[in-house]
Design a protein around this ligand. Structure first.
Ligand SMILES: [Zn+2]
Length: 259
C-alpha cells in the first residue's frame, strides 16, 4: 500500500509528476477492467465483486458476551444527571454533607469511567437546559435518599423508569440492568418500598427526546449507607457503569422484583 502514502520527502511531488501518477493509475484500472470484461462472463464478475464486498463488510467474529470495541462505543452518547446539582442541596446530613455533593462525586466518576471506555458522556445538572429534547442511548439520573433516621430497614438502593415511557421494553431493560449490576457490584439490597412518584414521574423523563431510554437510581440512604456512599464512591460508580454497559451491550439481566 506504499502508493497510497504521502511522499516521505517533505518536498511535494511536482504537479506534472503527480498528474502522471494519477493518469498511470487510471490507465492501469482501465486495463484491468478491460481484461476482466474480455475474460469473464458478467455473472462471474458480479459474483467476484459480491464476494469482495462481503469480505470487506463482514465484521470479525466475536463471542456473544464480548463488549463493543472502544472505537465502536466512541459514538454512543450517554447522559448522566447529577441529582440536585445546580439547583438545590437535596437531603442534608447533620454533619453538613449534602445529597447534591454526594450525587456529583458519584456522577463525575461515572462520567470518567464511561469516557475512558470510549463513550461520549454528558454530565448534566438537575434542570440542565440540554435536557430539553435530549438524545442519547441512555440517560441515568443519580440521586440518594434521606439522611434522616427511618429505622434499621432504611438501607439499599432503588431504580425506576418513567411511567410514561414510549418504549417500556427498553426502559425495563435499562432498569433491570441497573438493578442487577448495581446490586452485584455494591452488595446493597434493593429497597423497592421507597420508590416514590418523584422517581416514576421524574421531571427529566418528560423533557428528553422520546427516543432516549431513561432511568433514575437512588444509590443508597445517606444515613445507613453513608460510609459506602461517601467513602467508596468508586464502587458505587462501578455499579452504575456496569448497569449502563449491560444495557448498551444488550447483556442479560435479572428483572426487577415485582412491586
Ligand atoms: Zn434527590
Amino acid at each position: 500500500m506504499d502508493d497510497l502514502r504521502p511522499p516521505s520527502s517533505s518536498q511535494p511531488a511536482p504537479n506534472g509528476i503527480r498528474t502522471g501518477r494519477i493518469l498511470q493509475t487510471v490507465i492501469s484500472v482501465a486495463i484491468l477492467l478491460a481484461t476482466m470484461a474480455t475474460c469473464c462472463t458478467p455473472q462471474s464478475i458480479s459474483l467476484d465483486i459480491d464476494n469482495l464486498v462481503n469480505v470487506l463488510l463482514t465484521p470479525p467474529a466475536v463471542g456473544p458476551a464480548a463488549p463493543l470495541a472502544a472505537t465502536s462505543q466512541r459514538q454512543v452518547r450517554i447522559g448522566i444527571v447529577a441529582g440536585h446539582w445546580g439547583n438545590d442541596s437535596g437531603a442534608v446530613c447533620p454533619n453538613g454533607v449534602t445529597e447534591a455533593e454526594v450525587n456529583l462525586t458519584i456522577a463525575s466518576l461515572v462520567q470518567q469511567k464511561l469516557t475512558a471506555q470510549g463513550f461520549q458522556v454528558d454530565l448534566l445538572q438537575e434542570f440542565d437546559p440540554r435536557l430539553q429534547g435530549y438524545q442519547a442511548a441512555a440517560l441515568v439520573s443519580i440521586h440518594n435518599d434521606s439522611c434522616e433516621d427511618y429505622g434499621p430497614d432504611a438501607t439499599g438502593f432503588k431504580v425506576a423508569q418513567s411511567v410514561s415511557s414510549r418504549d417500556p421494553n427498553l426502559a425495563s431493560r435499562l432498569t433491570a440492568c441497573l438493578y442487577d449490576r448495581y446490586r452485584r457490584v455494591t452488595g446493597l439490597p434493593f429497597h423497592a418500598g421507597s420508590i416514590t412518584v418523584d422517581m416514576t414521574e421524574y421531571h427529566a423523563f418528560d423533557e428528553i427526546a422520546s427516543s432516549t431510554t431513561a432511568a433514575i437510581i437512588e444509590t443508597g440512604f445517606l444515613r445507613l449507607d453513608y460510609d459506602l456512599l461517601t467513602q467508596r464512591p468508586d464502587l458505587v460508580a462501578d455499579g452504575i457503569v456496569a448497569g449502563i454497559l449491560c444495557y448498551v451491550n444488550t447483556e442479560s439481566a435479572e428483572p426487577l422484583p415485582p412491586p
